[in-house]
Design a protein around this ligand. Structure first.
Ligand code: NAP
Length: 286
């Protein structure tokens, strides 16, 4: 495993296991399998509805708590100073731990200022070791970073070979905010696993497309979250620390950037509608 150090000195494994869209009934087994394979960094969220199952797996694994790096995210309906504090304490209980390594605000909507103040206080109380945000574009990130006592340690955003977020990454590097990639494979959209450039590089290094993508992210100092419900793929995704992609080949992957999200373009009416629907659906679920 490779590690990065956040701006408060906390060490974080560069590769994590994400549990978005892993159903409650299989989540515990998947996390236990991932732990067995060596994963220690897990990323869940209040809106994934599987914090308890992640907690069960961590407890049952017998691995000491301090070896793990556990993240959750506060959903927007839980924003507001008291609501955020209460919801994080509930997440801590569900995850069956005494503290969390990282808590993020999931989206830049609703009263995220009060929510962030709650995270800052929980951080000072020692309940969480690092705080941050997710899906914050550079302008929102500048806002929250400049006008708060503690600048976010992390911003978790979509990063993959087709949406490389170069400008956002540069902005974060300049402000000492660590970038973290969600959907490093773009959930396979736009035939990412069959891309000719990535496949060709896979052959050259005797690695899969998934491994090439994750290695490329590691070399760009992007913390990455991979998700799989298949043990063989979990293993494959973990075996990325025994090779190095040359500068020339890194450039070939850099050239795949389309600078467009594979999921949301917040500027089009269709995607704004899609987003509003998603928020309303989650509101019914949580
Ligand atoms: P992803 O990791 O880009 O892609 C997951 C998909 O790729 C799954 O369908 C998985 O299939 C497949 N896959 C995984 N490894 C593979 C391999 N080696 N070969 C072929 N297929 C493979 O997408 P994601 O799950 O959306 O993102 C990863 C994590 O980021 C999430 O779990 C979550 O923790 C985080 N996330 C955060 C946000 C946010 O708003 N902050 C949004 C999205 C995701 P199987 O499961 O069937 O193996």
């Amino acid at each position: 495993m490779e590690y990065i150090t956040l701006h408060n000195g906390v060490k974080m494994p560069k590769l994590g296991f994400g549990v978005f869209q892993i159903a409650k009934d299989i989540c515990e087994v998947c996390v236990l399998e991932a732990i067995e394979l060596g994963y220690r960094h897990f990323d869940t969220a209040q809106s994934y509805l599987n914090e308890e199952e992640v907690g069960n797996a961590i407890r049952k694994s017998g691995v000491p708590r301090e070896e793990f790096f556990i993240t959750t995210k506060v959903w927007i309906d839980n924003y507001g100073y008291e609501k955020t504090k209460d919801s994080v304490l509930k997440s801590i209980t569900k995850l069956q731990t005494h503290y969390l390594d990282l808590v993020l605000l999931h989206q830049p909507f609703n009263d995220y200022y009060s929510a962030y103040h709650a995270l800052q206080d929980l951080y000072k109380e020692g309940k969480i070791r690092a705080i941050g945000v997710s899906n914050f574009a550079p302008d929102r990130l500048a806002d929250i970073s400049v006008f708060n006592e503690i600048s976010p340690h992390i911003n978790q955003i979509e990063v993959n070979p087709f949406h490389q977020q170069i400008m956002a990454h540069e902005f974060m590097q300049n402000r000492n905010i660590q970038i973290q990639a969600w959907a490093p494979f773009g959930e396979g959209k736009n035939n990412m696993f069959l891309n000719p450039t990535l496949s060709e590089l896979g052959k050259r290094y005797n690695k899969s497309v998934a491994q090439i993508i994750l290695r490329w992210l590691m070399q760009r100092n992007v913390v990455a979250l991979a998700k799989s419900t298949h043990k063989a793929r979990m293993k494959e995704n973990f075996e990325i620390f025994d090779f190095i992609i040359s500068d020339e080949d890194m450039q070939k992957i850099n050239a795949l950037d389309t600078k467009t999200s594979l999921f949301f373009d917040h500027q089009t009416p269709e995607t704004v509608d899609m987003f509003v629907n998603m928020i309303q659906e989650r509101r019914r679920e949580i």
